[in-house]
Design a protein around this ligand. Structure first.
Ligand code: GCB
Length: 602
């Protein structure tokens, strides 16, 4: 699915801004049919933003169910009968239903991927209409991520889920109206490789909305100085570039890939679409992760889209600031834990040479984690009453939509199809294996992983052989051996050596971290103190440096973030190296020294 763009053949109108807002009065929105009326401006919300923290109202913040967004929109007068127009939502978390005036247009389940629908047949150029978007934040055993709703004795409903971040809801990304010509490019798939002698390969496939002869599809590839370095034609083809300027981690280089459909006879440009293409190769070989045939060591973070007030709302100021903080730290990569991030984030990573591990929203497929913390026996994760075939179908859909959206990004080098599923429980293999197969069919060019949690030890885990890279999340010294870094060091080393010996694959430590209250200091090993976070990280680093297969370290986490209230979360998860408002804790210096030194040595 191509991101809408404005160019000489296409137009784009942003619908971001202030919308009217209301909370649905019942879980069944068909009863009140709110889209058939004007929603008052008493409550207004910004788009994009999660709505939860905008109002000073606990009932809205914790609301479970539907809300409505509404505004007036006018189809530009200049759009003509030779155009088709679409409404596009970059995300509606988690279930969006769109209404044009009184009529239902489209719906989509899955809170972190885009959807769109054509409206040409419904509205004429210059016509104004009422656009209502109903958004529900409910999570069930059928959704990704999964959850369940409890009906409380007071009649209220409470959303439960297994993942450790707040269920921010609403329209957290942009909404657009856009036009394309009658004959248009529907999709472009690019994959790149590197041949001997520095020859760069760009394989492309162009999908059009109706059959177009090969000679009417023109491709050009332009370098950063504006020189056309290659031309091609057709739906499917390969471009080879001698001495290609490669996209490298830390040294991005982007060619502009321009596709055009020409008219029959007079060769007028009917449609065009431009994509930035980084030429690079990605491979796993033995225990190494290779980018452009050179071993790559990941340094960086598991992150969240999370900022004060706007929740998961996309904010370009925070995004660019976060990238600059990562650069200041010497980080070369990050993971989009635990859902696909806004596309702008990947565009920026492409442009600036930051490597991305791209994750689906499959988090919390594990009933044992929470039960384990409290020491009670958990019900089985994989069963008809919990994670089941319908969850798996939603999961497969999430993988399809992630790859459809992000397949062309040079920065994306690895797909994570689940975070900490119950990989040692019965049913794990039956659940995961078809999803791995699907991922590989959809994208044969990138390696695939999942992140393994500590309870699913190398002896107990049932699925790691299916994957290319071992991604481990470990908390020795925090959730176990708390405050005892010597014992933690021994346990961690034994654990890593076990995985190394059994699989010999690259290991990325995709999470390691300790909650830390900024400003709390202690001489001895006192958990929550800034010194403890620093010493905890140093301990992990000593072990990484002794285990050959370790090919990356992503600290949990970049910045403190908001969670559901529980007795072990103090105003959110505090494992950030930065506070929620992006001020460094002392441990930033530990990482900065190490990563900057590694960069110098590389
Ligand atoms: C994990 C999860 C992450 C949590 C983290 C923690 O294993 O993947 O979502 O936030 O642990 O801090 O407990």
């Amino acid at each position: 699915m191509l991101k809408p763009q404005a160019n000489p053949t296409r137009e784009l109108v942003s619908l971001d801004g202030i919308w009217n807002f209301a909370v649905a009065s019942s879980p069944n929105i068909e009863t009140e049919q709110a889209w058939t009326k004007s929603i008052s401006a008493k409550l207004q919300v910004p788009v994009p933003a999660s709505y939860n923290d905008i109002f000073v109202d606990k009932a809205i913040r914790d609301h479970v169910g539907w809300v409505y967004y509404q505004r007036k929109v006018t189809i530009p007068r200049g759009w003509s009968a030779s155009e088709r127009y679409f409404l596009r939502l970059d995300a509606a978390t988690h279930h969006g239903r769109v209404y044009i005036n009184d009529h239902f247009l489209v719906e989509h389940i899955g809170g972190y991927t885009p959807f769109e629908a054509e409206i040409t047949h419904l509205l004429a150029p210059g016509e104004q209409f009422r656009l209502t978007i109903a958004v529900s934040n409910e999570l069930s055993w059928d959704t990704i991520p999964p959850g369940r709703i409890e009906e409380l004795p007071n009649g209220k409903r409470k959303q439960h889920y297994q993942h450790d971040f707040f269920n921010y809801s609403g329209l957290a990304r942009s909404v657009y109206l856009y036009s394309v010509p009658n004959v248009f490019i529907n999709d472009i798939t690019i994959s790149t490789d590197l041949l001997a002698g520095g020859v760069g390969v760009v394989d492309f496939q162009i999908d059009t909305n109706q059959p177009v002869e090969n000679e009417r599809i023109k491709i050009s590839l332009t370098d950063e100085d504006g020189n056309v370095v290659a031309k091609s034609t057709g739906q499917n083809n390969r471009i080879e570039i001698d001495s290609a300027h490669l996209w490298q981690p830390g040294a991005a280089y982007l060619y502009q890939f321009n596709a055009e459909i020409l008219s029959d006879g007079d060769a007028k440009i009917l449609d065009s679409y431009e994509l930035s293409v980084g030429v690079r190769s990605v491979k796993v070989q033995g225990n190494q992760f290779l980018i452009n045939n050179k071993p790559f060591y990941f340094t960086g973070f598991g992150k969240h889209e999370d900022t004060p007030i706007r929740g998961k709302g996309f904010d370009p100021a925070y995004m660019i600031h976060d990238f600059h903080l990562m650069d200041w730290m010497g980080a070369n990569s990050f993971r989009t834990s635990h859902y696909p991030y806004a596309e702008e984030v990947l565009d920026y990573a492409d442009r600036h040479g930051i490597v991305v591990i791209n994750e689906t929203a499959a988090v919390g497929l594990n009933l044992g984690i929470v039960a384990g913390v409290f020491g009670f026996k958990a019900p089985p994760t994989f069963s008809p009453e919990s994670i089941n075939e319908r969850t798996q179908a939603s999961h497969a859909q999430g993988i399809r939509e992630l790859i459809a959206r992000d397949k062309n990004h040079a920065s994306v080098v690895l797909w994570t199809i689940a975070n900490e599923p119950a990989s040692s429980e019965q049913g794990a293999r039956e659940y995961m294996e078809p999803l791995v197969t699907l991922t590989r069919e959809l994208d044969p060019t990138r390696p695939v992983c999942f992140t393994n949690m500590g309870h699913a030890t190398v002896e107990k885990d049932l699925i790691s052989d299916l994957f290319d890279v071992l991604c481990l999340n470990r908390y020795y010294g925090w959730y176990s051996q708390s405050g005892d870094l010597d014992a933690a060091e021994q346990a961690l080393e034994k654990d890593l050596l076990g995985w190394q010996e059994k699989y010999g694959k690259p290991i990325i430590m995709t999470e390691y971290g300790a909650d830390t209250q900024s400003g709390l200091h202690a001489v001895c090993d006192v958990p929550w103190s800034e010194e403890y976070q620093s010493r905890f990280l140093e301990m992990f680093h000593r072990v990484f440096d002794r285990v050959d297969c370790v090919t990356g370290e992503h600290v949990w986490t970049f910045a403190d973030f908001h969670c559901t209230s529980t007795m072990f979360r103090v105003d959110g998860n505090k494992k950030g190296i930065f506070t929620r408002d992006r001020r460094p804790k002392s441990a930033a210096q530990v990482l900065r020294r190490r990563w900057r030194e590694q960069n110098r040595a590389a």
